[in-house]
Design a protein around this ligand. Structure first.
Ligand code: C5P
Length: 244
């Protein structure tokens, strides 16, 4: 058992909120996280922060009791992704992701690599990046409607042994119907007030709407990280979703 992990639980988390730590360095990240409590949220570390700080920051945050989503979106040959997922499991991360477009053999190898791990992380597939439009897909030789591709890739992810996918909350209802109750749906693009300033997100939902649509976890960045009182925002979100 990894000694870093004192409260590891892959089946249920204490809150559906995952805060995206979109900071450039460790100092800013720790200054922000100091205000939080693991009962209020899980934390997502992406490519920028991980590349800048590496494994040690992940370990520090796990030590503090946080469940970590390592959002590195792996995409490589099966053996490389499998070993990367195993390395992530060894650190003790709670969730890790990869591109479904890496194919069935890549996902199966990843699932097999962590299947018997003492702290098996949730394996999540990235379907179509929300930054991609139909014309972008066509340019790389994919000529089917985005929505159809998302469902097809989510089904492939499930059949290849992944635990869930990242998707827009607007795709959650059809995916939930197709993929069943146990499949994990991780949805970004969450805003407290859909009429307010939404930064660069276009297709947004409130936390309660997203959960009602079938989301399992809500990824929230700027509405929490830029708030004057992030803890108050997290309490509000958790209260709203617990009341559902
Ligand atoms: O600040 P905001 O709430 O928009 O942050 C959302 C987070 O979710 C960011 O880290 C962003 O990179 C990530 N994300 C996203 N859309 C996706 C996948 C990930 O916004 N389709």
């Amino acid at each position: 058992m990894n000694p870093l992990i004192t409260d590891f639980n892959t089946e249920t988390t204490r809150t559906p909120v995952i805060v995206a730590l979109d900071f450039a360095n460790e100092q800013d990240t720790l200054a922000f996280v100091r205000r939080l409590d693991p009962s209020l949220c899980c934390l997502k570390i992406g490519k920028e922060l991980f590349t800048a700080t590496g494994r040690s920051l992940v370990e520090k945050l796990i030590h503090q009791g946080f469940q970590i989503f390592l959002d590195l979106k792996y995409h490589d040959i099966p053996n490389t992704v499998a070993q990367a997922c195993k390395a992530a499991a060894d650190i003790g991360v709670w969730m890790v992701d990869m591109h479904v477009s890496g194919g069935r053999r890549m996902m199966e190898a990843a699932a097999e690599a962590v299947a018997n791990h003492a702290q098996k992380p949730l394996l999540i597939g990235v379907t179509v990046l929300t930054s991609m439009e139909q014309s972008d897909l066509k340019e790389i030789g994919i000529d089917i409607p985005v929505e159809d591709l998302v469902v097809r890739w989510a089904e492939l992810a499930k059949h290849s042994g992944l635990d869930g996918v990242v998707c827009s909350a607007h795709e959650a209802a059809p995916l939930r119907r197709t993929l069943g109750e146990d499949f994990v749906l991780v949805t970004p693009g969450i805003r407290l007030n859909v009429a307010a300033n939404n930064d660069d997100q276009r297709r947004i939902m409130t936390p309660a709407e997203a959960l009602a649509a079938g989301s399992t976890y809500l990824v929230m960045g700027r509405p929490v990280t830029l708030a004057t009182d992030p803890v108050a925002v997290l309490r509000e979100v958790n209260a709203a979703v617990n009341g559902l």
